[in-house]
Design a protein around this ligand. Structure first.
Ligand code: C5P
Length: 402
């Protein structure tokens, strides 16, 4: 990864020493670093050691005339590809959430037009505190990226979540973020203009009688985020959605359906498409027969529930005579994620599979860590908001189509 640079903000925490290793690791990967150290950060590492490793002037003070003459704080915040805060203290994140700008680091976070990656480091109780968790959630919602914290022994003698991620892991997250940055470029260039992208999202509902149904926990959040991200890049998006409590994204044509059969019909009707992204959690089975009236408890025991298989929408569109040029499936797995996903890629004849581990709170949650599996290999993306993950996927699609 050459020609990329990061602006590293070193906050005041014992983990600051690891940032020296991070700078070295980034240099090894061809990424240039310019650094800001907060006033309390200078209690842990010196501008001299940071400057020796970056080979650049180190910025420490908002009102230093020599530094400001060399590069103004606005330019400093923008002449980079990514801002990285490591260690990200509770204080720095609280300032960023509230838009405070009373030193160079916080002013930079307010002035930047680039994405920010935080590597939090703090005592476990400070990390667990509702205020910190609220701040992290807000920053994530606003598009910030996170790496760590890890669980382990802390400098203060306690054990738990709060250790800053290791330099290699931060460098991996930086590399992943730098490749996702092209999305911002895409917002201006609209690389998916004139491309029709068909997306399914949400669960399906398979009725048993007029009041009961079979379904699953899918919230539709990931599919809606992908629809939004593709529309941001200029695509004509048709979103075929099962019942969810989300608003149709801007500039997206949403078709609401209930059952798997209806979903397939709506998808076939929407063809031709350049890309099909099958994000929906389609119910595998439906009741073989549906009662037109509510089934009564008649005291004679439980009514039998016979099931039959639903159509596989992804497989059907993959083998369709109007097959979209790029067909992308999703594989939600709880174990052996990559192995199962690769098997699905073959079985469903799609071009790409996005695998995700749903053993945690991904389903229904706001964050996701995707693994993109293609015939050429696999790409592991960091845990990030579903919208960030969606933007990364939309960018990848636009690069492939161009
Ligand atoms: O087989 P499984 O449900 O794990 O496969 C997941 C992928 O297949 C997802 O992309 C999902 O949208 C799609 N699928 C489908 N129709 C089904 C079942 C799954 O399109 N009936």
């Amino acid at each position: 990864m050459t020609d990329k640079s990061v602006l590293l903000i070193i906050g005041g925490g014992i983990a600051a020493y690891k940032s020296l290793f991070l700078i070295r690791e980034l240099a090894r990967r061809g990424v240039k670093t310019r650094a800001i150290i907060t006033r309390s950060g200078t209690e842990f590492v010196t501008p001299l050691s940071v400057g020796a490793l970056t080979g650049e002037t180190v910025f420490t003070d908002l009102f230093d005339l020599t530094q400001e003459a060399e590069m103004g704080h606005i330019e400093l915040s923008r002449s980079t590809d990514l801002v990285v805060v490591a260690p990200a203290t509770a204080d720095l994140m609280a300032k960023a959430v509230n838009g405070l700008a009373n030193d160079l680091a916080s002013t930079t976070l307010l002035a930047t037009d680039k994405r920010v990656l935080y590597a939090p480091a703090m005592n476990v109780r400070m990390w667990d505190h509702p205020a910190t968790q609220r701040n992290v959630a807000t920053l994530r919602d606003e598009g910030a990226l996170f790496v760590g914290p890890d669980e382990g022994d802390m400098a203060c003698g306690e054990y738990g979540l709060g250790r800053m991620a290791e330099p290699e892991a931060i460098a991996d997250a930086i590399e992943a973020a730098l490749s996702g940055e092209t999305h911002l470029d895409g917002l201006k260039k609209k690389p998916l203009k004139n491309k029709h992208i068909l997306i399914t999202a949400g669960p399906t509902r398979e009725p048993i009688d007029p009041v009961r149904y079979l379904s699953n926990h899918s919230s539709g959040k990931q599919g809606y985020a992908i629809a939004a991200a593709c529309a941001e890049l200029g695509a004509d998006v048709t979103l075929v959605s099962g019942p969810v409590s989300l608003k149709s994204p801007a500039n997206v044509k949403t078709v609401n359906i209930e059952t798997a059969k209806e979903m397939l019909k709506a998808c076939e009707k929407a063809l031709p498409a350049d890309v099909f992204i099958s994000v929906a959690a389609v119910a595998d089975w439906r009741p073989s027969s549906q009662s037109g009236k509510k089934i009564k408890k008649d005291g004679k025991g439980v009514p039998p529930l016979m099931l039959e298989e639903n159509p596989d929408i992804l497989s059907t569109l993959s083998k369709h005579k109007k097959r979209p040029g790029l067909v992308i499936g999703f594989a939600a797995e709880t174990n052996d994620v990559v192995k199962h996903a690769k098997a699905k890629l073959k079985k469903k004849a799609c071009d790409w599979i996005v695998a995700n581990d749903v053993s945690g709170d991904v389903m229904g949650g706001d964050n996701n860590s995707m693994i993109l599996i293609t015939k050429n290999g696999e790409d592991h993306w960091p845990m990030e908001s579903k919208l960030s993950a969606a933007r990364r996927l939309a960018t990848k699609i636009s690069e492939t189509l161009s």
